[in-house]
Design a protein around this ligand. Structure first.
Ligand code: PNW
Length: 465
């Protein structure tokens, strides 16, 4: 069956600053928590760091040409806060601002829409030294930074996204410790949840007062699509999804989450007026989706299963959910060990549409890590090819799942494949490749994979086979 993409449906690709830029100590950039974390032995696979990454900071012009060749309509990138404010506060660093200025202008020259995320996990280390996201001050510092960005790029950016996946920032950063800053304090993780939510609301207010254009405002969440027993599903849905959705879109926290976590924290960090500050209008909700999660109540006797995609982490990312376990999912799997289930995306989009019927949705990330192989191919410009048919199938099936949701009434505006380039995959370093374009980490050469050529074709024909 061949299906047409809806009119106006945007195809793009995404990256994040620490994962692609490199140039970690150049032009006045200060250290972020990911510099500290990746340079701490034992934290990241193979001791990999983002010091060089894809060297996108120096090669962005070539990468922009690549995006144009692939016919991308939009590019989702993130701004490295420590390039703008090396210590997270005070005077803006002109060289840092200039870089994003050139990037945005380069996109516009090529007819590609700039979709900017303000926070994709590279918190200035100085702010972590003052307590990080568990500290309230970080939320107001974030709003000051948002104001700087809104003022400088607000005439040209199409979509402003405050946070990328605050679930990861709060729970992987402060509960399981699998991500920077690597803390394992469950009460602090819930305080981080609140201050990320607050930062989101304050940043939207700051942006709205500084921006001169008429962009869309958004936030990107990574949703957990859950399978399993009712009470386990309710509890994890609360911690993973509703603890962000409800304050941002309805105002206030879900009472069941507060009750479930009562032994961890009394939520005294929530002050009068916070609910209103967080609950700011957004124009579009960013949805990141990769997989589904199975849950059930643990019987307390057998070994508790933690196979929820966080293997190897010392502690659980789920505060107050000691009674929930995460049984393994049936395959097939990607290289991350994440099960492949496109129907979960359709389900998620329809569920969000049911809960928030007037809110447009955007797939801000979807993609897959596979072990790609480079083969000689005289028909390719560089003489090399990557036949990543598994990634082609993954992206094709997930775009199809989005169209299923659209057919059933969901308002989905577009799809961004994660990622444009192979890049620094956080705790997994360079061992996992998500790119539709291969990066040779020795020469830093880019090789479009078959998935990139396929995606370009989808953009040209606007038809999914
Ligand atoms: C997202 N988990 O990260 C991020 O937004 C990207 O930067 C990242 O490269 C991509 O997905 C692929 O991992 C996640 O453990 C990291 O559940 C970890 C999890 C989810 C998302």
């Amino acid at each position: 069956m061949t299906r047409a993409l809806p009119e106006g449906f945007v195809l793009g690709s995404a990256t994040a600053s620490y994962q692609v830029e490199g140039a970690a100590r150049e032009d006045g950039r200060g250290p972020s928590i990911w510099d500290t974390f990746s340079h701490t032995p034992g934290r990241v696979w193979n001791g990999d760091t983002g010091d060089v990454a894809c060297d996108h900071y120096h090669r962005f012009d070539q990468d922009l040409d690549l995006m144009a060749e692939l016919g991308l309509q939009a590019y989702r990138f993130s701004v490295a806060w420590p390039r703008i404010q090396p210590t997270g506060r005070g005077e803006a660093n002109t060289a840092g601002l200039d870089f994003y200025d050139r990037l945005v202008d380069g996109l516009l020259e090529r007819g590609i829409r700039p979709v900017a995320t303000l926070y994709h996990w590279d918190l200035p280390q100085a702010l972590e030294d003052n307590g990080g996201w568990p500290a309230r001050d970080t939320a107001s510092a974030f709003a000051d930074y948002a104001a700087i960005m809104g003022k400088r790029l607000g005439d040209r950016v199409s979509t402003w996204t405050t946070l990328n996946e605050p679930w990861c920032s709060a729970y992987l950063g402060y509960a399981s410790g699998a991500h920077a800053p690597g803390r394992t304090e469950h009460a602090a993780a819930l305080a981080a949840v609140h201050h990320l939510n607050l930062g989101h609301g304050l940043a939207l207010q700051a942006l709205r007062s500084e921006v001169s254009g008429d962009p869309d405002y958004s936030v990107t969440l990574n949703f957990h699509v859950l399978r399993g027993e009712d009470d386990a599903v309710r509890q994890i849905d609360g911690l993973a999804n509703r603890v962000f959705l409800q304050p941002m879109l309805e105002g206030g926290y879900p009472t069941d989450v507060i009750e479930d976590t009562a032994s961890v924290t009394d939520w005294a960090f929530v002050r009068d007026g916070d609910a209103e500050a967080i609950h700011q209008p957004i124009d579009v909700l960013g949805v990141n989706y990769y997989s589904t999660t199975a849950v059930r109540l643990w019987d307390g006797r057998s070994e508790r299963l933690t196979a929820d995609g966080h293997k190897g982490a010392a502690a659980s990312p789920w505060p107050g959910a000691e009674r929930v376990e995460f049984p393994p999912q049936p395959g097939p799997y990607t290289e991350m060990g994440w099960n492949i289930e496109p129907a979960g995306l359709t389900e998620l989009l329809l569920d969000l549409h049911r809960r928030y019927p007037d809110l447009p949705l955007m797939i801000t990330e979807n993609g897959a890590a596979f072990a790609d192989e480079v083969v000689p191919d005289a028909s390719q410009p560089g003489g090399l090819a990557v036949h990543d048919e598994k990634r082609v199938a993954y992206v094709r099936d997930h775009v199809g799942a989005v169209l299923d949701a659209v057919d059933a009434g969901a308002d989905v505006r577009g799809y961004f494949v994660w990622s444009l380039l192979d890049n620094f995959e956080w705790g997994y370093g360079y061992s996992k490749r998500f790119g539709i374009v291969r990066v040779d980490y020795e020469t830093l050469e880019r090789i479009p994979k078959d998935s990139a050529l396929w995606f370009a074709d989808l953009g040209r024909t606007r038809r999914l086979d």
